[in-house]
Design a protein around this ligand. Structure first.
Ligand code: ASP
Length: 585
């Protein structure tokens, strides 16, 4: 037998057993005549002991080993005199009697421990070594458990996993496609799926009624901490359902995941908030509801007192930071600089402190009487010790988004973003369309297959911007973890939708003819949702970036630095595909 136990398995109850372990050397310590080795595998670390007095030859061999050598040992389990109660195996050690070197190792480019000395770049280049670290591996273990729990939850509810193709045509989900040239069809390209959207809808027409898939999706977008060019969705679709059915099943799935993975019982129903409320109160369609700090609109109170910036504003709004009146001048200046950064773009920040005597002192005192400032205080229900922060601007939506950034930054500073607290909500009633300034036409907020609310259908012609969609997002701690909609299942309405989105009938037929055709053969009412698996895992694991829960992620330029992709291809491959490269400036 190669090994009798793993390196994470032995306990005090195993003392006196003769065991064989195999693994990697994490650390070697020489203390007097004793040599200690921490032997690591996927399951943990076990201490090995070599005693010069008992077996000098073996001890000498042990002293020649290096970090990350792969060894196999046999020895007797012994109770440790100095126990390490931080690790499960910390009460025992192995007195080694047989040592076999299975492989040597170069000195690794960084220490393979929880607190590594390796920076991001080097760890990505040697990702296979990085993955030996417990911290990284445990994220992948959580990911594995999450997919297992998802599959078992959905399986119990009759969902069927069906694979859909990866080489397809374009699916309009709003991002750029990755394309793949077809050798057999010269000058033609496949697109990689941005999601299995159309296939899952076709499966509903086929009568599959409850579908899911752990699906790889591809979107050629600029990358951020929560985006990768390829990512994984828990993709689901159901027939004969209304929005409420979907919300119930997937709220249930989310609660099941919290219970089974984090031992967290969420008994309350998830909050529901309309998109409109979310924008009014938090300036975001994915509000972080772990803390309150709702926006208060201040046009009535603050306008018309001679303060030019406010008097000419199209929106004035603020938040109240509880207990933050102690912010120093310097902190307030930093906060002002924060909102003035080009990425946020506010012009300035007005603040008002509620002092111990309940008087309000503001940065614009010369324009406002204490009476007006007291109204301001009341508008927030502010108390002594609170700090009111106000932004204004011409465009209400833009200003609210700036205020949203301010709200999040203040929450971070005040320590309100607890990673172990989870507040889940559904954002519902998204608008169906948004106006695209550049293209001078409407674009779908979700995607072109999302159905309008039946009561809003008459507005499709008169006021498309006011039409609400049967669309919903699940938001946890300010992260959009999933989203979906009830779909259009009627070819007439689908055609109308395409035309409102600026498709000519020819182009719609060209691109989506198969869907429109399918809808002629008895498409059932249907709807679905897709979760971002990577986002969900990183949220559960408390990670700052989804990269840490992906085994082999790409960097911010979309590169895999380990395998060095993307890369140039051979001229012969280009010739075969009939592709000529053009020098890009
Ligand atoms: N395909 C959609 C998305 O990727 C999800 C859905 O509507 O089910 O966002």
């Amino acid at each position: 037998m190669f090994r009798t136990h793993t390196c994470g398995e032995l306990r005090i109850s195993d003392v006196n057993k003769t065991v064989t372990l195999a693994g990697w050397i994490q650390k070697i310590r020489k203390m007097g005549g004793m040599t200690f080795i921490d032997l690591r595998d996927r399951y943990g670390v076990t201490q090995l002991v070599f005693n010069e007095e008992v077996n000098s030859e073996l001890c000498e061999a042990a002293n020649k080993l290096g970090r990350e050598y792969v060894i196999q040992i046999t020895g007797e389990v012994n109770e440790r005199s100095s126990k390490n109660l931080h690790i499960p195996t910390g009460e025992v050690e192995i007195i080694v009697s047989v040592l076999e070197v299975l492989n040597t190792s170069d000195i690794p480019p960084f220490t393979i421990e929880d607190n590594t000395d390796g920076g991001d770049d080097i760890r990505m280049k040697y990702r296979y070594l990085d993955l030996r670290r417990h911290a990284v591996r445990s994220n992948l273990e959580l990911r594995h458990k999450m997919t297992i729990e998802v599959c078992s939850y959905l399986d119990k509810l009759n969902f069927l996993e069906v694979e859909t193709p990866v080489l397809i045509g374009s699916t309009p989900e709003g991002a750029r496609d990755f394309v793949v040239p077809s050798r057999m069809n010269p000058n033609q390209f496949y697109a990689l799926p941005q999601s299995p959207q159309l296939f899952k809808q076709l499966l509903m027409v086929s009568g599959f009624d409850r579908y899911f898939q752990i699906a790889k999706c591809f979107r050629d977008e600029d990358l951020r901490a929560d985006r990768q060019p390829e990512f994984t969705q828990i993709d689901c679709e159901m027939s004969f359902v209304e929005q409420e059915d979907i919300l119930t099943i997937f709220e249930g799935m989310t609660k099941h995941l919290f219970r089974s993975l984090l031992d967290l019982d969420i008994t309350e129903p998830f909050q529901r908030i309309t998109w409109h409320e979310a924008m009014q109160l938090y300036g975001s369609d994915k509000p972080d509801l772990r803390f309150d700090m709702k926006f208060v609109e201040l046009m009535d109170i603050m306008k018309g007192h001679g303060f030019g910036v406010f008097d000419s504003a199209g929106y004035i709004g603020g938040i109240c930071a509880k207990g933050a009146a102690s912010y120093t001048r310097k902190q307030l200046d930093q906060l002002t600089d924060y909102v003035k950064r080009p990425q946020i773009g506010a012009k300035g920040l007005v603040y008002a402190r509620v002092e111990e005597d309940e008087n309000v002192k503001s940065s614009v005192d010369k324009f406002y009487t204490q009476e007006v400032l007291q109204q301001l205080k009341e508008a927030f229900g502010a108390e002594a010790g609170d700090l009111i922060l106000i932004l204004s601007g011409d465009d209400p939506m833009k200003t609210r988004k700036q205020l949203c950034e301010l709200r999040l930054e203040v929450a971070r500073q005040l320590g309100l973003c607890n990673k172990n607290q989870f507040v889940c909500a559904w954002v519902v009633d998204f608008p169906l369309f948004e106006w695209d300034e550049e293209a001078q036409r409407y674009a779908a907020v979700h995607h072109p297959f999302t159905s309008p609310k039946p009561e809003d259908i008459p507005l499709l012609d008169s006021d498309p911007g006011a039409v609400r969609a049967n669309a919903y997002d699940m938001v946890i701690n300010g992260v959009e973890v999933g989203g979906g909609s009830i779909r259009i299942h009627n070819s007439e309405l689908q055609n109308k939708m395409f035309s409102l989105l600026g498709f000519t009938p020819e182009r719609a037929r060209e691109q989506f003819g198969f869907l429109l055709n399918a809808f002629k053969y008895g498409a059932p009412p249907h709807g679905g949702i897709a979760y971002g698996l990577d986002r969900m895992v990183s949220l559960f694991a408390g990670l700052d970036t989804i990269r840490d829960c992906i085994a082999f992620p790409k960097n911010n330029s979309g590169r895999d630095v380990m395998i060095d992709a993307p890369s140039f291809i051979e001229q012969s491959q280009l010739d075969e595909l009939g592709i000529a490269l053009v020098e890009k400036a």
